[in-house]
Structures are given as structure tokens and as C-alpha cells.
Design a protein around this ligand. Structure first.
Ligand code: 8OZ
Length: 357
């Protein structure tokens, strides 16, 4: 049988040589928040992906919630990222940058003792990953309505930096319980102003951010990532299917590069997620759909064959297999990811996973 995964796909102005996408992966190996030469090697090793989506990059210091992640808001960050985009382009690869604001998934230690910000003063359950180790999340400060335009401007500024750094597009991170997701869900958004309550109000911030980023890039080079069934980072909603279908209806006329959906994961189901099936999302969204979430090659081929998605993103498999595209083509055995080296550290478990050739 011919491989759908290895067939070309048009995304915006680009022709992807395959439908095997490298998922955004936080690896925490940028202690000075500027991409390092080791990071250049890591991305370069994975250049045969149809599209690489960069690890999540904070758009501002307010948007930071993890140590040693690379940022995207000043000229030094741009210079560092330029080395990565150049390496990928030298191999005819494509790379989008993921734009990130964590909202309440942070800690005062990242903000000189000030509280992290969120739609509402509702603390998530769980612990922040801080330079001093895991610490309880605090109750965040609810954003004033007059602070929102400044955050939209931060997204636009980061998007411009991504353009200057030679990226091929940007992905707005609206998944996994971070700031934009916090606004979408009524478990974290109890606002009574124009950014809370109705579906229209809860999607407003994401749509404003999207419009601002489109001003820089054009819609056909902007993707959005969502996790409608997600419970990670204490996400909850009274009716997630309804708000996410409403959101997709608002996104349809924009003709974005793609929508990237994180499927319900085992942990979400264990945490009682209200699972939204791929078919419902496919039906609601008219554009290009990328799915992600623990797929292996067989399940990935299956969702493409059944027309449930246009491409599949791989996270853990990409950590361990820089030549995932080639291995899939040969049905070759895969290296196993080592969870102990996912976050932080050096080249071990980062650039030392072998390729076949
Ligand atoms: C794992 C550890 C730190 C951050 C996400 C950016 O969930 C992340 C992330 C994942 O999207």
C-alpha cells in the first residue's frame, strides 16, 4: 500500500514533501534563552520532516513559565533563531515558530515576585516547573481589560521577530492550558467583561491575537494549535465541544495555514476529559487539519486514509528519531525515547539519538 504519510501536502504557499510533522517540543536547553549551537544541531538533524514546528517560545517575560526555554522578543533571540532557520532551509525543510504565553502556568519566581496573570484569579491545581524545582501554583492576578491590547501587541511583535528570523510561518499556541486556552474555557475564565461569559466573548482574545499575527504574516502562513479534549494544566470546561465548534466556525473564513489539534491523550481520559472526536472537529473545520497525540505509523496512516486529517505531528517519536521520515519509509525499527532527558540537560537524549544512515 502506498504511504499517505509520504505524499506531498500544500500548506499555504508551501509544498510539504511529506505529511510527517515534527510537533512542538519543549526541551529546556537554552539557559540564556537564546538558541544555542546544540539546538541548531538538534533541529538540523530533523530537517526532513514535512514541517517542523518549533518548541514553544515566550512572546514576553510575562509569558514565561519554564526555565531554560528560548524566547522570541529581542534581537539576540532573532539572531539565535536565524541559525536554525538557515540550517533547515539549507536542507529544503520548513519551520514554523510556536508563539507562547503561559498565563497562570507560571510562578512569581519568574516575575520578580509578581503574580502570573490569567483571565481570572483562579489557581490551577498542580506545580510550576521553576528554576528551584517544582513549586505549588499560586492564584494568578486577573488581567485588567486595558492590559489585553498590550498582550496582543506582544504577539504581533514576536510574530514580526519570527519573520525577521527567517521562519516560514508561525503557530499560535492556544492549547494545553496556557493563556489563550485559559480564556477559552469557563473553568479558568470567570470574567464578566467582553472577554468572558459567552462563546463570542471567550474566543475574542484568541481572534484578536490571530488578526494581529495575520497582519504580519498573512493568514496562509499562520496556524493555530488547540487541545479541545485536554485536561493538562487543570483545564476544564462545562461544554468544550460547543465552544470549540464555535471557535472553528469563526476560524473557517480566515483561511489559515492549518489547524493543529492535540487529540485526547490517555491522561486526559483518566482525568475525566469530555472527549471531542476527530470527526466532529473535521466536520466543523473546513481547512487543513494536523493531528497530534501519541500516534504511531499505522494509526497515522489510518487517519489520513480515512480522511480524518491531512497530516500527523509526532512528538516523542521525533525526540528519539531524527530520521523519522526515512524510518517510516523503510518500516525500520524506531529508537525509544528516554523520558529522563526530555527536559533540560545537554546533548544526552537530545542530539545523540542515531539516524540509520
Ligand atoms: C511540557 C513541558 C513544558 C511545556 C505544552 C509547551 O504542553 C508545552 C510544554 C510541555 O504545550
Amino acid at each position: 500500500m502506498t504511504s499517505q504519510l509520504h505524499s506531498a501536502l500544500k500548506i499555504g504557499p508551501y509544498q510539504l514533501s511529506n505529511r510527517i510533522i515534527m510537533a512542538p517540543l519543549t526541551r529546556m536547553r537554552a539557559p540564556a534563552h537564546i538558541p544555542t549551537d546544540l539546538m541548531v544541531t538538534y533541529y538540523d538533524q530533523r530537517a526532513s520532516a514535512g514541517l517542523i514546528i518549533s518548541e514553544a517560545t515566550p512572546i514576553s517575560t510575562q509569558g514565561v513559565g519554564y526555565p531554560a526555554v528560548p524566547y522570541m522578543f529581542n534581537a539576540e533571540h532573532v539572531a539565535g533563531w536565524k541559525k536554525i532557520t538557515a540550517a533547515i532551509h539549507a536542507k529544503n525543510g520548513l519551520i514554523f515558530q510556536q508563539l507562547w504565553h503561559v498565563g497562570r502556568i507560571s510562578h512569581p519566581d519568574f516575575h520578580e515576585g509578581e503574580l502570573p496573570v490569567a483571565p481570572s484569579a483562579i489557581a490551577p491545581k498542580g506545580k510550576a516547573f521553576t528554576p528551584k524545582g517544582l513549586q505549588d501554583f499560586v492564584t494568578p492576578r486577573a488581567l485588567e481589560i486595558n492590559e489585553i491590547p498590550g498582550i496582543v501587541a506582544d504577539y504581533k511583535n514576536a510574530a514580526q521577530h519570527a519573520l525577521d528570523a527567517g521562519f516560514d510561518g508561525v503557530e499560535i499556541h492556544a492549547a494545553n492550558g496556557y493563556l489563550l486556552d485559559q480564556f477559552l474555557r469557563d473553568g479558568s475564565n470567570a470574567r464578566t467583561d467582553a472577554y468572558g461569559g459567552s462563546f463570542e466573548n471567550r474566543v475574542r482574545f484568541l481572534l484578536e491575537v490571530t488578526a494581529a499575527v495575520i497582519e504580519v504574516w498573512g493568514a496562509d502562513r499562520v496556524g493555530i494549535r488547540i487541545s479541545p479534549s485536554g485536561t493538562f494544566n487543570d483545564m476544564a470546561d462545562s461544554n468544550p465541544e460547543a465552544i470549540f465548534v464555535y471557535l472553528l466556525e469563526q476560524l473557517n473564513p480566515l483561511n489559515l495555514a492549518y489547524l493543529h489539534v492535540v487529540d485526547a491523550l490517555e491522561g486526559d481520559i483518566r482525568h475525566g476529559a469530555k472527549v471531542i472526536g476527530l470527526d466532529a472537529l473535521r466536520k466543523a473545520y473546513e481547512g487543513t487539519l494536523i493531528v497530534c497525540g501519541g500516534y504511531d505509523q499505522a494509526r497515522a496512516e489510518q487517519v489520513l486514509e480515512q480522511g480524518q486529517a491531512d497530516a500527523v505531528a509526532f512528538g516523542q517519536l521525533y525526540i528519539a528519531n531524527p530520521d523519522l521520515v526515512e524510518r517510516f519509509a523503510l518500516n525500520a525499527p524506531l529508537n525509544k525515547p528516554n523520558a529522563g532527558t526530555f527536559y533540560g540537560g545537554n546533548e544526552k537524549g537530545y542530539t545523540d539519538y542515531p539516524s540509520l544512515a
